[in-house]
Design a protein around this ligand. Sequence first.
Ligand code: SF4
Ligand code: SF4
Length: 124
Amino acid sequence: MMVSDAQKGLGGDPGLTGKVFDVKRYAINDGPGIRITIFLKGCNLNCAWCHNPEGISLPAERMYARSACIGCGLCLEACSNGALSLTREGIAIQPERCDRSGHCAEVCPTRATEMSGREIRRVT
Ligand code: SF4
Ligand code: SF4
């Protein structure tokens, strides 16, 4: 039996894009069987018990883990907007200066800074 794209929930637009913030292999929770779970940004449910708040906003977001930061300052050099500064508490950001370019994450040697959300296009 042929299964249409609509039945698969894929829609008919080959140019369809989505903003992915995580891909989990061997997902065995919250559903039947063993699956690959793809997490998309732009969730509009706003649940009180949300476990993935980085999935709510649609634009990519800078994520920072102080415990992994070695204070090398490479992210500060990479940010042409001057949005970052080194403080006693780690790297601080002025959100209003951030254009979400992700240059800071590209140069971070420890992945203390990462961008959450990258656009993918549907592959037919
Ligand atoms: S995402 Fe771009 S503008 Fe924002 S802090 Fe990183 S380098 Fe600077
Ligand atoms: S590039 Fe990474 S490790 Fe270096 S100061 Fe910035 S966040 Fe910390």
